[in-house]
Design a protein around this ligand. Sequence first.
Ligand SMILES: [Zn+2]
Length: 335
Amino acid sequence: MERPEMKPSPISATVDFDKDGVQHGFLRLPYSRDDSAWGSVMIPITVARNGKGPTALLTGANHGDEYEGPVALMDLAYRIDPAKLSGRVIIVPAMNYPAFRAATRTSPIDRGNMNRSFPGRPDGTVTEKIADYFERILAPMADLVVDIHAGGKTLDFLPFACIHHLPDKALEKRCRAALRAFSAPYSVMLLEIDSVGMFDNSVEAQGRIFLSTELGGGGSSSARSNAIAKRGLSNVLIHAGILKGEVETSLSIMLDMPDGDCFTFSEHDGLFEICADLGAEVKQGDLLAKIWPVDRTGVAPVDYHAKRDGILTARHFPGLIKSGDCMLVIAVREG
Ligand SMILES: [Zn+2]
């Protein structure tokens, strides 16, 4: 989006985006503070390029407590071989770097949620300055963007890659081809409940292919979820014609989220008992969760039932729950 009145970004890259080979460096964001008067936030970045060709921008830790992205992207940055590329790969394993270092969803500096801060501001908070750099500098360089998410400390997901229904059907088709290439165990047409300020929309609005994931959760990663992220990223790079090789596809169950009934939010505080596990085929009316009081015995729990038929796709992760928490997500098989 053209916003000609904008100031230049305060972030400077220590890498040259137009140079062939592999460079490991930083996005340096000046951040003056008590423990470092003329200090900076140093966001690690790798650029690998071999001649002309498409550009992929690969990002993790948009939310600081989601780990498949940082793990798979640290691994890719360490072993990427420019001789096997035609084009360019830009890797940022931890977009919200202050949040990543604090192991929190949002930034400890300004409480900024990166994925609600787009398009950002060059003269805003630290989180807004990072968002602005991705909006105006990095996303415009990219033909496709893969942003690896997971559930963080408070959600757990079936491992899926996802795209959105888009008004631009030609772009949606290209996103869908990338989704198929990623080949996660599940592929979801994701309905967003709170889409203002998301990186997703900012990239899609720039007409670029955008793919995201939710690969697990609970505030850590697993051998399985890390392997899905690593294979998916290399599949997408091969699909885009940037990396040499063969796409390794496997069966992916395609899911859709037709409306708001896919989500159940808690209306109670208490002790959370989940009654079906992720991946379970559920029928409307099935008992999916109970919330017990935390302060006394002899009181019946509150029951929560499935609002529709489908597959249990996400759940609240911690053992205690609060009113307003997203408790359950049900998606339906497409077609
Ligand atoms: Zn996330």
